[in-house]
Write a protein that binds this ligand. Structure first.
Ligand code: NAD
Length: 580
């Protein structure tokens, strides 16, 4: 019989808890005086087992300065996507993970640890819900009011669920996106093609490298010089200039020579896009990845530097938003100009069309969303599967690169990606890899990883997870679920089923979020983490989670009437009672 004292043990002794966290401070993983957090590496356990340690390590990893965009404010990426609500909550989460037992489950409400209950050893160790609001109240204004009161936190997709792996995660998605466009429009390559885009943030910076991997030339407008330099240092961008004429001539001559090149242009996107348009240059592809889903925190009005924008944002939010709206209007009008002239133009999932529409651009939605190119992959249950070495071993990631190439050697795009990634990608925080895998493939690879850990062929346990931008885990009518065949764009049941399914199947943690990618009110989505520690139990849990998770993606698309998804469901014998 389980006692109430054991079940409701949220209140902990402050002394023992502080002692636990002191170990991490002594080892230099956390410095409370400077609020700096470093990825924890090595084989020594600090928690009751690797399941809990894995959650602790991924939390520290997403806040490592190599990984996070603004770690002092706990912001990981994507405008203001955070890993914990505030520093007090961060410490309470860490203390709880360090002291909880192997059958405890920690409940986190929008970045704040609120309870620990005893569940089961094979249940998730952490359950989180981030930024959820009752639908009628779900807009930025109300969200910000609650945020100011300290009641909630914006978790983006992989910030609040501790699954962000630096720019590489999105690099793979961006590689797939531009690869799909290359295949569908340009005979499989971007050689001698010019792509105009903006935003070199934590996600956006994947664009120049992905475009180069497909042989193209990238011109990327970015208003923050520090971010441009950071991305050059990390190997995501080749060069930069603030001279528009020089930028354009470098790009056009590289395009003529058929030489892949990426150029950062220190500029506001609205200004630079119109400069390109007025000089009669028609890029082949035009998109944008400023964080326009959040005009206040992620989008910079024209006519001011990054630093001036920060000052105005703090001083006068209303004025800031007025100016941001004027800029986004001009920015999207330039994109519409390129669309009319015949370029391939698309909204890259940052809700910029809606921001411009609200600012008066009634034709903004003539620009298509990114799913035009990506949905066929979702139909097969494909999506951004990823893994990290929890002990920090680069060798383990290299070993798994070999393994995945040998398991899926017939998939040329996968093989090219892994070879490119092992050459170009610099690890940030814990060494990691990402690769789009489909239904059946994820379970097979997860089981293989667990076996390699068990056999001692890897140096330590591996975390696996994914972005929330996946085939079955998100409802987002301006992005992942835009224009569904049966009109089910705004049906929110699928991500709920996804989270529930992964929880009962035994993921190590499960997170349910609102507002990722496109902003508050526009999306709900779910993610998970799974720690493969080489035990038989984790092998079984991996098989279940990694089958259900992409399986629901296939089913979601089959249910909406997509033929390829229906045939995948049939071929793989997924049981779908309504489709018989
Ligand atoms: P971020 O906040 O880290 O970076 C945004 C960058 O844009 C910053 O460096 C900022 O200085 C720059 N910027 C802002 N306004 C600008 C302007 N007017 N002109 C030039 N530069 C400007 O955000 P992120 O993590 O890189 O994400 C960018 C956006 O892309 C977000 O809206 C995110 O939700 C979306 N996104 C979509 C996908 C997808 O696959 N659909 C994937 C990832 C991110």
């Amino acid at each position: 019989m389980i006692s109430f004292a054991k079940l409701f043990k949220c209140v902990r002794s402050q002394n023992s808890v502080s002692k636990a966290i002191q170990t991490l401070i002594d080892k230099g993983y956390y410095d409370p005086s400077t609020r700096s957090v470093k990825a924890i590496k090595g084989k020594e356990l600090h928690c009751a087992n690797w399941q809990i340690e894995g959650a602790l390590r991924m939390l520290f990893h997403v806040l490592d300065p190599q990984v996070a965009k603004d770690p002092k404010n706990l912001i990981v990426y994507g405008g203001s996507g955070k890993a914990a609500r505030n520093w007090e909550c961060f410490e309470n989460i860490v203390e709880t993970l360090l002291t909880m037992r192997e059958d405890d489950t920690l409940f986190i409400q929008s970045g704040k640890p609120v309870a620990v209950f005893t569940t089961w050893k094979h249940a998730p160790r952490v359950l989180m819900s981030n930024a959820m609001l009752v639908p009628k109240w779900a807009d930025w204004d109300y969200f910000r009011e609650l945020e100011r009161k300290g009641l909630t936190m914006y978790g983006q997709m992989t910030a609040g669920s501790w699954a962000y792996i630096g720019s590489q995660g999105i690099l793979q998605g961006t590689y797939e996106e531009f690869g799909a466009i290359a295949e569908q429009k340009f005979g499989g390559t971007l050689t001698r093609r010019l792509v105009l885009t903006a935003g070199l943030g934590e996600m956006g910076a994947a664009q120049p490298l992905a475009i180069k991997m497909h042989g193209g030339v990238a011109l990327v407008s970015e208003v923050n010089l520090a971010q441009i330099k950071r991305k050059i240092e990390q190997g995501y961008l080749d060069t930069w200039t603030d001279n528009f004429e020089k930028a354009l001539s470098m790009a056009l001559s590289a395009k003529d020579r058929g030489e892949p090149l990426s150029i950062g242009v220190l500029s506001n996107a609205a200004d630079f896009y119109w400069y390109v348009a007025e000089h009669d240059v028609l890029p082949d592809i035009v998109t944008d990845q400023t964080a326009a889903h959040d005009l206040l925190n992620g989008y910079i009005p024209a006519g001011m530097s990054f630093e001036e924008a920060q000052t105005l944002r703090e001083k006068d939010q209303r004025r800031y938003l007025e100016l941001a709206q004027l800029t986004v209007k001009r920015h999207v009008e330039a994109m519409l100009h390129f669309l009319k002239k015949g370029a391939i133009v698309f909204d890259y999932g940052n809700n910029i069309r809606k921001a411009a529409y609200d600012a008066g651009v009634t034709t903004a939605f003539e620009i298509p969303g990114q799913m035009v190119f990506m949905r066929p992959l979702f139909e097969e249950g494909r999506g951004p599967f990823r893994w990290s070495s929890l002990v920090g071993s680069e060798k383990d990631i290299a070993r798994l690169d070999e393994e995945i190439v040998s398991m899926f050697s017939k998939n040329a795009k996968l093989v090219r990606w892994i070879s490119n990634a092992s050459k170009f990608v610099k690890f940030q925080g814990l060494p990691s890899r990402v690769c789009w895998l489909g239904y059946g493939e994820r379970a097979a690879f997860g089981l293989r990883i667990n076996q390699l850990v068990k056999n001692g062929e890897l140096e330590g346990p591996i975390w696996v997870g994914r972005d929330h931008l996946d085939c079955g885990s998100v409802a987002s009518p301006y992005r992942e679920t835009e224009g569904m065949l049966d009109g089910s764009d705004a049906i929110g049941d699928w991500p709920v089923l996804n989270a529930l399914g992964n929880a009962v199947a035994g993921a190590t943690w499960v997170a349910f979020h609102h507002g990722g990618g496109v902003g508050i009110g526009y999306s709900i989505h779910a993610g998970f983490g799974l720690v493969l520690d080489g035990t038989e139990e984790m092998g079984e849990r991996a098989l279940r989670v990694l089958t259900i998770d992409p399986g629901l993606g296939v089913v979601r698309h089959a249910d909406a009437g997509y033929e390829k998804a229906k045939s995948v469901a049939r071929q793989k014998a997924i049981r779908t009672p309504s489709l018989r």
